[in-house]
Design a protein around this ligand. Structure first.
Ligand SMILES: Cc1ncc(COP(=O)(O)O)c(C=O)c1O
Length: 381
């Protein structure tokens, strides 16, 4: 049997949304995007939302809007996808890596606190795999009198909650990814949400080169309106041609979360007696079940990947710890001993297939290979 790592749920039927856009003058950002932004404000109970063409570009635009740049430090997890740190580099600031809790793989308020210096301008907590960090507790350890912005990396956590509260409540901004494999997707895309009116105004400009009026706004009154530019921006807006895939997915997201949770529980129960480890989930969280990572250990990880490949099971690695990547290791002369939990997890983890369209047979086949082959490999080593 061949089980892909991921199969998207967008049926050819979705072409009707593209057809509808083609009947309007708006190939780029327009009314559909605005509709999705209202939908996001309602879903996350926030006052502002802006669609962007990727998490990465959205985060660069947010950092620019916060005037974060050379000389500034931004605290980021060592255990995350490289994009979380790269955006800090791209604006010329310094990413300061911190380790994670060994069980949840999430950063903690204590770890953030220990990394704060007078140069710290922001922290980017990542809700890894779909489990939320305690953002309120992170906010509470920020020293009074120092402005340190919190930017939530919600690339994995659209449906997630902490204490029944969704992202965006305690942070300055929360950023989502609608990349091809994400729980809500339009191929490439993302969104920024915030309750900060001033920040939102700056973000609205920083996603469009820093211009004071976007294309649609320049013609709104029927007469051309000049635009100015006071701050540098990038180009990060999402076109309606892609935004049109989002409204229906957001409306039906909870149905798919139930399926994701069922698949995750089955993996969890089936692996309970094995030597394969999985992250701990805090009872206060609602997990979005974006990824299902397992830990098989450094000794057999590559052998296990080979076996999964031979058995035609799609698997990936999320993630090798960012401070171990040559660019960061060399540039900042990092010490591996500073990130023991992230490195040990990153050297031994594998992500296995989890997607709403996965059949019971497909999952049973993956479980059989894990229990009968991968667990035995661990036992022999
Ligand atoms: C944790 C995390 N942050 C950021 C990103 C970047 O998202 P995008 O591809 O939309 O730029 C990803 C993408 O997979 C991610 O997993």
């Amino acid at each position: 049997m061949n089980v892909p790592f991921y199969r998207h749920s967008l049926t050819p039927d979705n072409s009707k949304y593209v057809e509808a856009v083609l009947k309007t003058p708006f190939l780029t950002s327009g009314p559909i995007g605005k509709e999705v932004e209202s939908q996001l404000c309602e879903y996350f109970n926030v006052s502002h939302a802006k669609l962007v063409n990727s998490w990465t570009n959205g985060a660069v635009a947010t950092l620019l809007a916060m005037d974060i740049g050379p000389g500034d430090e931004v605290i980021v997890p060592a255990m995350t996808f490289v994009a979380t740190a790269n955006v800090v580099e791209l604006v010329g600031a310094k990413p300061v890596f911190i380790d994670c809790d060994p069980n949840t793989l999430l950063i903690t308020p204590e770890l953030v606190k220990a990394a704060i210096t007078e140069k710290t301008k922001a922290v980017i907590p990542v809700h890894m795999y779909g489990q939320m960090c305690d953002v309120k507790a992170i906010k509470n350890i920020i020293p009074t009198g120092q402005k340190i912005s919190i930017i939530e990396d919600c690339a994995h956590s659209f449906e997630a909650k902490y204490n029944d509260e969704r992202p965006g409540k305690y942070s300055d901004a929360a950023i989502f990814s609608f990349y091809a494999t994400k729980n809500v997707t339009c191929g490439e895309g993302g969104a920024i949400i915030t309750n900060g009116a001033n920040l939102f105004e700056r973000i609205t400009q920083s996603i469009l080169h820093g211009m004071s009026a976007g294309a649609a706004d320049r013609f709104k009154t029927g007469q051309y309106k000049h635009w100015g530019m006071e701050h540098l921006g990038t180009k990060a807006n999402l076109p309606d041609l892609l935004a049109c895939f989002l409204p229906n997915q957001i409306k039906t997201i909870d149905e798919r979360l139930t399926i994701r949770e069922k698949i995750a529980q089955k993996y969890k129960n089936s692996l309970q007696e094995s030597r394969i480890a999985i992250p701990t989930i805090n009872k206060k969280t609602t997990h979005s079940r974006h990824l299902f990572p397992i830990h098989v250990g450094l000794k057999i990880r590559d052998q296990a990947l080979k076996v999964l490949g031979e058995m035609q099971i799609g698997a990936t690695v999320n993630y090798r710890a960012v401070p171990t990547l040559v660019y960061y290791l060399k540039k900042y002369e990092l010490d591996r001993n500073d990130y023991p939990n992230s490195i040990s997890w990153g050297e031994g983890t594998i992500s296995i297939p989890l997607f709403p369209g996965m059949t019971e047979k497909e999952q049973e086949y993956v479980i059989e290979v894990l229990v009968n082959k991968i667990d035995k490999l661990i036992g022999k080593n």
